[in-house]
Design a protein around this ligand. Structure first.
Ligand code: NAD
Length: 482
């Protein structure tokens, strides 16, 4: 792959950072440089905010049908560049090309098509009022300029979760993507540009989140914030952007709970998928597997077999089913959590080490640890890596208590054949999404997705019409016709 230059896209033009500074886009498989990226600062972000205001005005003057056509045009571009998008996604993010990268690209195209469909069905209300001769209507309206900040784990699809509904609804956008997947962001931006989206409607500003990202959060020129990332950064953004409407999609530590009447093979397949898909770098990943003493040995053995069947390697190789982790801080956190789990008495069944023989220090062997104590970081915090920790509980009440004791509450899976147990767990697990007989990470783009109240997993709901609602405001107009 040739070394490239990844510029900002502001007010309809590709441009360098005002400072002229750059940083490198790196391939995590072997540490090679993919390209050089504009290292933007506050000046660049401010220019993009001004451009997005103009872009919003253009979009606002269009009909929903015209904006839907733009969304469909972006989806067409994504589909026509399916191969090159999947390749850069695999090369820069590290996910396997065949088993994962193509799927993410397809989901991005679907995201734009769904926004195109849904915006046409954004109905308002005709509201009865007490006063004679007065009529009242209300409808949803774009807020203006949206600040969108996205992570590196799904660097094509997560941005689309905001960009598509913002475009469909008529918001101008300034988008600051994660620096370690800047090339993916540029590749998606090219689709938006080639689709003929109006000047200023969507602006891309590469660079450090705590500078360019912070600017779009605090600047009074943005009217709303869409953020997906860690709870720590989400906490900073909620303070720095206080007063603005926010959609915050933060971390998870999703349990998969396997009850003793479950089909253990199906449960093991699903839990392994939840733990190892995208090398565990998924907010809704299966961060821990909770089960009872009567099933844990058989389940642990099945998980070990599945972990050992995974093919680590270059993600561009068609046989690879797990690539490297995206960056060194992820590896450090995984290593810390595994060491903590083993120190506290967990039993290592497989993995538990960096697997640099596959190309770089960012490869980590799929890991299964049995009998992880409840006070381990693996059970209490988000690991975000390819680890399957099994926590043994006493009974159903203990399973629910242990699931709910963690600080996060994003997504969970429950395996049982018993309908009443399924309902009991579904209703009592504190997570925005509970999947019965599916892994914690099962989700479709139009389903509501977000953190449970009182948990450190975010505010609001993404997904289909829910995102459209989140990026719009209700406007009410009354008419005195007397
Ligand atoms: P992160 O919070 O470190 O970074 C996310 C983004 O925020 C990046 O673009 C970064 O540059 C930017 N950023 C950093 N500091 C900032 C600041 N002060 N102001 C504004 N922006 C700033 O998270 P990450 O490591 O990139 O992503 C992993 C995390 O994201 C995990 O916790 C994961 O669970 C979460 N996540 C959540 C969802 C969801 O839908 N709930 C989806 C994917 C990932």
């Amino acid at each position: 792959m040739q070394t490239q230059i990844y510029r900002n896209f502001i007010e309809g033009a590709w441009c360098d950072a005002a400072s002229g500074e750059t940083f490198n886009a790196i391939n995590p498989t072997d540490g090679t440089v993919i390209g050089s990226v504009a290292k933007s600062d506050r000046i660049d972000a401010q220019g993009a905010i001004t451009a997005a205001r103009k872009g919003h005005k253009i979009l606002d003057a269009m009909t929903a049908w015209e904006r839907a056509a733009l969304c469909n045009a972006v989806a067409d571009q994504i589909q026509s560049r399916r191969d090159s998008l999947a390749e850069i996604l695999s090369a820069e993010q590290g996910k396997p090309l065949i088993s994962e990268a193509y799927g993410e690209v397809d989901a991005a195209a679907t995201g734009f098509r769904e926004a195109a469909e849904l915006i046409k069905w954004m109905e308002g209300e005709y509201i009865p009022v007490e006063t004679p001769n007065v009529r009242a209507v209300s409808y949803r309206k774009a807020r203006g300029v949206y600040a969108v900040i996205t992570p590196w784990n799904f660097p094509i699809n997560i941005p689309v979760e905001y960009l598509a509904p913002c475009l469909a609804a008529g918001n101008g956008v300034v988008w600051v993507p994660a620096p370690s997947t800047s090339a993916c962001a540029s590749a998606l931006m090219e689709c938006i540009v080639e689709a003929g989206v109006p000047e200023g409607a969507i602006n891309l500003v590469h660079g450090p989140g705590d500078v360019a990202g912070d600017e779009i959060v605090v600047n009074p020129g943005t009217d709303g914030i869409g953020f997906t990332g860690s709870p720590v950064t989400g906490g900073i953004i909620s303070k720095r952007g206080a007063g603005k409407p926010m959609l915050l999609e933060l971390g998870g530590n999703g349990p998969v709970i396997v009850l003793n009447d479950a089909d253990l093979d199906k449960a093991a397949d699903a839990a392994a998928f939840g733990c190892f898909f995208n090398a565990g770098q998924v907010c809704a990943a299966t961060g821990r597997i909770l089960t009872t003493r009567d099933t844990h040995e058989a389940l642990a053995q099945k998980l070990k077999e599945r972990a050992e069947a995974i093919k680590l390697g270059n993600p561009l190789d068609k046989n690879t089913t797990m690539g490297p982790l995206n960056n060194s801080s992820v590896v450090a956190k995984v290593a810390q959590h595994v060491a903590d789990g083993l120190d506290r008495g967990g039993k290592l069944l497989t993995g538990g080490r960096v697997a640099a023989e596959h190309g770089s220090e960012l490869f980590y062997a799929p890991t299964v640890i049995d009998d992880v104590p409840v006070d381990s970081l693996l059970n209490t915090a988000e690991t975000f890596g390819p680890v399957a920790p099994i926590v043994v509980c006493e009974d159903d009440e203990d399973l629910i208590r242990t699931a709910n004791a963690a600080g996060h509450g994003l997504a969970a899976g429950v395996f049982t054949r018993d309908l009443s147990r399924a309902f009991n767990f579904g209703e009592r697990i504190q997570a925005g999404l509970v999947n019965i007989n599916n892994p914690s990470c099962y989700w479709e783009l139009h389903l509501p997705f977000g953190g449970a109240p009182g948990k450190n997993s975010g505010i609001g709901r993404l997904g289909g019409k829910h995102t459209l609602r989140a990026v719009t405001e209700i406007k009410t107009i009354t008419f005195n016709i007397g």
